[in-house]
Write a protein that binds this ligand. Sequence first.
Ligand SMILES: *[C@@H]1O[C@H](CO)[C@@H](O)[C@H](O)[C@H]1NC(C)=O
Ligand SMILES: *[C@@H]1O[C@H](CO)[C@@H](O)[C@H](O)[C@H]1NC(C)=O
Ligand SMILES: *[C@@H]1O[C@H](CO)[C@@H](O)[C@H](O)[C@H]1NC(C)=O
Ligand SMILES: *[C@@H]1O[C@H](CO)[C@@H](O)[C@H](O)[C@H]1NC(C)=O
Ligand SMILES: *[C@@H]1O[C@H](CO)[C@@H](O)[C@H](O)[C@H]1NC(C)=O
Ligand SMILES: *[C@@H]1O[C@H](CO)[C@@H](O)[C@H](O)[C@H]1NC(C)=O
Ligand SMILES: [Cu+2]
Length: 629
Amino acid sequence: MHSTLICLIWLFCTMCTAKVHTFHWEIAWKLDNPDGMKERQVIAINNKTPLPTIRVKTNDRVIIHATNKLGNQNTSIHFHGLFQNGSNSMDGPEFVTQCPIAPGSTYIYDFKVPNQEGTYWYHSHSGPQYGDGLRGMFIIEPENVDAYPFKFDDKITLSLTDWYHKEAKEIKKTFMSRFNPTGAEPIPQNALFNYTRNATWHVAPNTKYFIQIANMGMFVSQYLFIENHNFTIVEVDGVYVKPQMTDSIYIAVGQRYGVLIETGDFHENFRFLNVIDKPMLDTKPAELQYISTNWIVYDDKKPLPPALENNEGSFDSFLQNIDPFDDFNLKPLTKSPLMEAADYTINLDFKMENLGDGVTYALFNNFSYVAPKVPTLMTLLSSGKLASNDKIYGTNTNTFVLQHNEVIDIILNNMDPGKHPFHLHGHTFQVIERSPPSSDDNPITYDPNNHAEFPLNPVIRDTVMVNANGYVVLRFCANNPGVWFFHCHVDWHLEQGLAIVLVEAPFEVQKSQSLSSAQLHVCKQSRVPTSGNAAGRYGKSEKDWLNLEGENIQPQPLPPGFTLKGYIAFFLCAAFACWGLLSIYKYGIEDVAADDGEEMIMKLESLLEENGGLGPEDTRPLTGEDSNA
Ligand SMILES: *[C@@H]1O[C@H](CO)[C@@H](O)[C@H](O)[C@H]1NC(C)=O
Ligand SMILES: *[C@@H]1O[C@H](CO)[C@@H](O)[C@H](O)[C@H]1NC(C)=O
Ligand SMILES: *[C@@H]1O[C@H](CO)[C@@H](O)[C@H](O)[C@H]1NC(C)=O
Ligand SMILES: *[C@@H]1O[C@H](CO)[C@@H](O)[C@H](O)[C@H]1NC(C)=O
Ligand SMILES: *[C@@H]1O[C@H](CO)[C@@H](O)[C@H](O)[C@H]1NC(C)=O
Ligand SMILES: *[C@@H]1O[C@H](CO)[C@@H](O)[C@H](O)[C@H]1NC(C)=O
Ligand SMILES: [Cu+2]
């Protein structure tokens, strides 16, 4: 009796402080034309675009009934940057923490908003699907409105994305094909500013705005710049930082910035530019809109300055005139000294390579991530004492088991000539070292015995750019039991397998977390097993659990003697002859294998067959299907 009363009082008290935000979302296709250049099918929530911004306070609760009405695709939702401490099954990535949500099925995301504040976002974590629009902002405000560590008069959000005219699934087919042997990434058509282009932002003079910015794109980083105005960075990836003035910011996909802008005593209007980091692109089709002009409007009656021309000249002079602040040198506002030396170090060497099906894959220590048959969290929950044995999670999932509360270093050596934004789920990390970029002939790798002194108050974030042929060293504490994905946020690279999985404190997870029958039902609807090892096998003995026969694996390597360079040279010579290179430039990622190219490619394939077999039957999708090699 007495305890019931206490319970009621407690319940009442939590109700009056923490709010519950309940959403019913129908995720479905809709025709839309955000860039004003091409109508296409995009993903909407409750038939609306752009997708809603979720705005909550620290310690609130969020309940989202996510119903898949797409008809032709599975789905899932990840809340990027939220720790999901104690609620690992709400994190979202399919085959990591949950089963895909099949068409017609509903998954209930139900979690407490963590003790975090700032700018976050949500997006699909099913294949390249968020490129079709399943992405939105997620803002966490302090419990007390006056508790921001800086002052402002008004606050707004701003989302940036690259934008493609084709459906992501179709783009992926052309991208991950042996007709794209260099692994050239799909080139977007342009970049959206708040889900539109040519936008105007009306401001009041002499006003301080807090702008919360997220790059929700698939691939390219963007520069953000306002003529005659500086930004003061006050937040990165949900971490408040010492105010830092800069004339522009550089923001990779997955990253967020909170900035203050003080408007002046102006009676004219200025350009507000979002500009694609053009050097990330392998080809630059003439129609690519890499410089987008929007406007900050003080006076509606005054003219808008003309849009910046979209050409090399204006891009180069733009780059020459800005000096974005290096995020490595940002300092967290709350003193958070360098964590003590690592108890456990994960060494990752990363490169791109053609495997036996002629497709380019991303390899971490020679392994490309391939989703297991059983979501890794479910392997963990069903495996008892074996949960700490990394073998049961599969040979192709790049799984590392971490002990509870250990300090972990991730050393990431990038042996690739591109830069890559890496994101860790369930954590923020200290960025304790980052090398400058280097060249292909001279990749810089981390030397534990010879490195720069680590900063005493390193920047903390959840998505960090590693430079071309360079490295980055990240440090965090394994204080969040669960299964967490670590991957490149260039989604095309994730599709190529650029991911590892951290199984953190598995026995703690078993003690305190479980799956609801509703969650298990979602698995039933997508026909995904919910227990067993990565191959879906289990039994009484350890031997049964270590038997991975039938697991999903990456394609075999190219036959010996058949090097990537040789393959590309051969491919280009045979298939494209003289017109080939031109077509690549002209059509970008369009299917260059049309008409007469097709014939040449057939010839090439039969040649390859003789050279050791590259038959079309070797082609396998990255996830979810049997591969019995
Ligand atoms: C933006 O301007 C371009 C060039 O004038 C135009 O083609 C496009 O339709 C406009 N888009 C929007 C969304 O206004
Ligand atoms: C959804 O996922 C399941 C399990 O991986 C797969 O078998 C099925 O083909 C997927 N459905 C669609 C529509 O892609
Ligand atoms: C972006 O869109 C949101 C609404 O979705 C709006 O509140 C905000 O003011 C817009 N930002 C800019 C810079 O126009
Ligand atoms: C922006 O910052 C630079 C360097 O700190 C300074 O020289 C310039 O006057 C500032 N511009 C404005 C408009 O505040
Ligand atoms: C990857 O494979 C190469 C060649 O087989 C080998 O030399 C190298 O040691 C491997 N790397 C790792 C981290 O296993
Ligand atoms: C998760 O919760 C535990 C227990 O409350 C806490 O010790 C730990 O610091 C939290 N981890 C994160 C990443 O917030
Ligand atoms: Cu990448």
